[in-house]
Design a binder for this molecule. Structure first.
Ligand code: FES
Length: 194
């Protein structure tokens, strides 16, 4: 169980005006302030990259719920990062279909190419590698997700080409843009995590 660092803060001094406005918008379309928890976490993570204890406490204060309650939401949702992550977070599926169709080779190629293991971030801050339960593309395994993109029918070579495409496009393009630059042969599907 994660120990949340308790700090006394005023959320109005910690969260930006834009973050507060966006969270209040979500609150306005929910039945209760509490219901906006996951959306509020996603908003702050979108602006800051991850959810620190200070962010968690500030959001909880804004929503008038306890930090422990909000931590429960953050822990349940595996796309909320409670530690700093790289610009691109690689979620590679380690469930059964992907295991049977080449997950190990793809994972090893990614680890070797980036020089990181699960839970680690590259020294340049570009990539973090995480495992994920089934990503819903079992008939197109192996699958990984980076940002809003699912990459399907992966091989070791395709995975490395995708990463290289992201490295080359790091100065401004989003993951999907590598489609224009790199013919990697993997099926790429845009997903919405809302
Ligand atoms: S088992 Fe990997 S996507 Fe379902």
């Amino acid at each position: 169980m994660q120990i949340i660092k308790t700090v006394t803060l005023d959320y109005r001094q910690y969260l930006t005006e834009k973050e507060i406005l966006e969270i209040e918008h979500e609150v306005s379309i929910m039945e209760t302030r509490e219901s906006a928890g996951i959306e509020a976490l996603k908003i702050v993570q979108h602006h800051r990259g991850w959810i620190s204890d200070e962010s968690l406490n500030a959001i909880a204060q804004l929503l008038a719920i306890s930090s422990a309650q909000l931590e429960g939401v953050a822990t349940f949702y595996n796309l909320i990062y409670r530690q700093p992550v790289g610009r691109y977070v690689i979620h590679i599926c380690d469930s059964i279909s992907c295991h049977l169709l080449g997950y190990q080779q793809v994972l090893q190629a990614i680890k070797t190419h980036l020089g990181i293991d699960y839970g680690q971030t590259t020294a340049d801050g570009l990539f973090t590698l995480l495992s994920n339960v089934c990503l819903g593309g079992c008939d197109k395994a192996p699958v990984m997700m980076i940002g809003q993109q699912h990459y399907e029918h992966l091989t070791s070579e395709k995975a490395v080409a995708i990463l290289n495409g992201l490295i080359q496009s790091k100065d401004g393009n989003l993951p999907g843009d590598i489609l224009d630059k790199t013919d990697v042969g993997a099926t790429i599907v845009e997903v919405k995590n809302d």
